[in-house]
Design a protein around this ligand. Structure first.
Ligand code: AMP
Length: 580
């Protein structure tokens, strides 16, 4: 199927293939599991658990336990250290992905192989076919704001980098982008540049050079798009100067970037003046993207989950241009494609591709006392056994050495596409904020911040970014929320925001603990402008890729570097009086 991607992309054919594949997802799942076990049944891991050549779902579930990353660490570590015996996969793993691991500040190592590249292309291709049916594009270009992470070799000599980096490097990726009529504006040197600030500058410059050819503005996660246009607001005049003179700013110092850009950059005073005029004509940068790129058809990237807080700003830059939410996956493998691109990102669902992995779902239920998610006594159910309206944690078995691996994400089944479920991403499973009987997830924090942000909107201010922590240094412990704001807010408004945050955590455990002071007053700390850039830089320094960056919504106690950045930049603190 992939070979066809070299040639012309046939939307109808891809959709028909997908329709056929999802007609009987259960059989496809069975077959996928069989293929995975046929390839890997002889590995140390599967042998140790006594799979003994069996390849059916019942035996598989009976023999192999549900695991988390922690359980697999000893095996993965041996692979990382260079043991090439068949530990987790029949064919040795030669490449490792680093997942973002943002909360605890430590990236996780995950085995990567060609199967994962291939499933990435399957997902891209599938969602592109459905997208292109609704929003056809011509033969233009994509301003694709993607970046590679630092690549390094592990002690055992394996190539290591983020999963997106491993994909961007592959030949298949380029072929696919070409077949999908969206080659990047930027040359490879920009994507793989060693300094992301310089790469971002060059991405923007490339976008402007090809301004009338850009049909898609995209990134892996929406954060990178917002970040890029926030940066544009600061540097647009420098970009105009470069275009005017045909000379790259001295701020870009990386030789490979300079060489690559010199091939594209020619003096073009007319274009520079046009961009200047366009920028001057905008009111608070509303509609910046279509103003710069008049042929842009849509903006594309993951906009769900922890990306939702950036949607407001993205809509502001996008004006009338539609925002299309991208697919759902992780470094551990892809899960589903967005087949309904017309739905707004807040309602996006992902249809599971039944042939890229074997999926199970742990039912989660409300325990009747507020929002606690509780693991049901029952066993995980199969892909086609999930029920509409129910929430589950996803368990993945893939072609790259993960067997019954708990992904840690909570999803809700919204419907079925033929016989494969369409999932909505709910949140990460782990609790962010908990002191005693209170339990608040990333989603709860997001809702609380959204409620308080409404008070700021009245002042024409916005939250640039936010995070949280639990402070147990005094008794009782309390929640701390960190906010970076787009401007200066009055004391009264911030005090009101602080109270609103406190009141908006509606978890029964939290409210009852607050009432009896078993949890102290919520604290809102406003940090200096640029603090979250410093956090991004910190993660990039650790080997994270900007492309996969997700602001940690809770900073764990072990993440001292990020805590320090936050605490060193606090401008002012407020304590809630909501329960006094
Ligand atoms: P990483 O492997 O570091 O890129 O992170 C993967 C995680 O990103 C997933 O487990 C999800 O929590 C989150 N994620 C990926 N795709 C989506 C999506 N479409 N919507 C919401 N969250 C997503």
């Amino acid at each position: 199927m992939l070979e066809k991607m070299d040639e012309k992309f046939d939307t109808i054919e891809v959709i028909e293939e997908f329709e056929a594949l999802t007609k009987d997802a259960e059989t496809v799942q069975r077959e996928t599991l069989r293929r995975i076990l046929e390839e890997n049944g002889g590995t140390e891991y599967l042998q140790n658990w006594g799979i003994n050549g069996r390849m059916d779902p019942v035996s598989f579930k009976a023999c192999i336990p549900l695991v988390t990353h922690k359980d697999l660490e000893p095996y993965i570590q041996r692979i990382v250290d260079g043991d090439s015996s068949p530990i987790l996969t029949g064919t040795p793993i030669t490449c490792i992905s680093l997942s973002s691991g943002t909360t605890q500040g430590k990236p996780k190592f995950i085995p990567f192989n060609n199967h994962l590249t291939e499933s990435t292309m399957q997902i891209f291709k599938t969602s592109f076919a459905f997208r292109n049916r609704e929003f056809p594009i011509g033969n233009g270009k994509a301003l694709n704001l993607i970046y590679s992470s630092k690549q390094f070799r592990t002690k055992g000599g394996l190539a290591a980098g983020t999963a997106t980096t491993n994909v961007y490097r592959s030949l298949q990726y380029k072929k696919t982008m070409k077949a999908m009529q969206t080659p990047c504006c930027s040359p490879d040197e920009v994507i793989f540049g060693p300094d992301f600030h310089q790469s971002l500058y060059c991405h923007l410059l490339c976008g402007l050079i090809y301004w009338d050819e850009v049909e898609v503005v995209s990134s892996a996660f929406a954060h990178s798009i917002v970040h890029a246009f926030r940066t544009f607001e600061q540097i647009w005049e420098d970009l105009c100067t470069d275009i005017h003179d045909g000379v790259l700013t001295g701020r870009v110092t990386v030789p490979s970037l300079r060489t690559a850009m010199s091939k594209l950059l020619k003096p073009n005073p007319e274009l520079a003046n046009l961009i200047h005029k366009k920028c001057m004509g905008l009111s608070s940068w509303y509609g910046l993207i279509p103003e710069l790129f008049p042929n842009v058809k849509y903006i594309y990237g993951i906009m769900t989950g922890s990306m939702e807080p950036y949607l407001k700003k993205l809509r502001h830059y996008a004006g009338e241009v539609p925002l299309l939410s991208a697919d759902y996956g992780s470094s551990e493998g892809w899960v589903g494609a967005n087949l309904n691109p017309k739905l707004p990102p807040e309602l996006a669902t992902f249809a599971v591709l039944p042939h890229i992995g074997y999926f199970e779902f742990i039912p989660l239920r409300e325990n009747g006392q507020g929002q606690e998610l509780k693991e049901n006594e029952s066993m995980p159910v199969g892909l086609t056994e999930v029920k509409i309206g129910e929430e589950y944690e996803i368990v993945v078995t893939n072609f790259a050495g993960l067997y019954r691996y708990r992904l840690g994400d909570v999803v809700k089944v919204m419907g079925f596409h033929n016989s494969t479920p369409e999932l909505r991403f709910v949140c990460r499973r782990n609790l962010l904020l908990t002191i005693n009987i209170d339990k608040n997830t990333e989603r709860d924090l997001q809702l609380s911040v959204e409620a308080a942000a409404n008070l700021l909107a009245e002042e024409k201010l916005e939250i640039v970014d936010f995070t949280s922590r639990v402070d147990m240094s005094a008794d009782p412990g309390h929640y701390v929320i960190f906010w970076e704001l787009s401007g200066k807010a009055s004391e009264e408004v911030l005090q009101e925001c602080c109270n609103c945050l406190d009141r908006s955590f509606v978890d029964v455990g939290y409210v009852s603990s607050r009432k009896v002071n078993a949890i102290g007053e919520l604290e809102l700390r406003v940090v200096k402008r640029g603090t979250f850039h410093k956090i991004l830089d910190h993660y990039v320094g650790l080997g994270a890729a900007v492309s996969q960056f997700k602001t940690p919504r809770c900073v764990g106690p072990t993440n001292s570097a990020v805590l320090q950045i936050l605490c060193n930049n606090v401008v002012k603190s407020y304590f809630s009086t909501a329960f006094s």
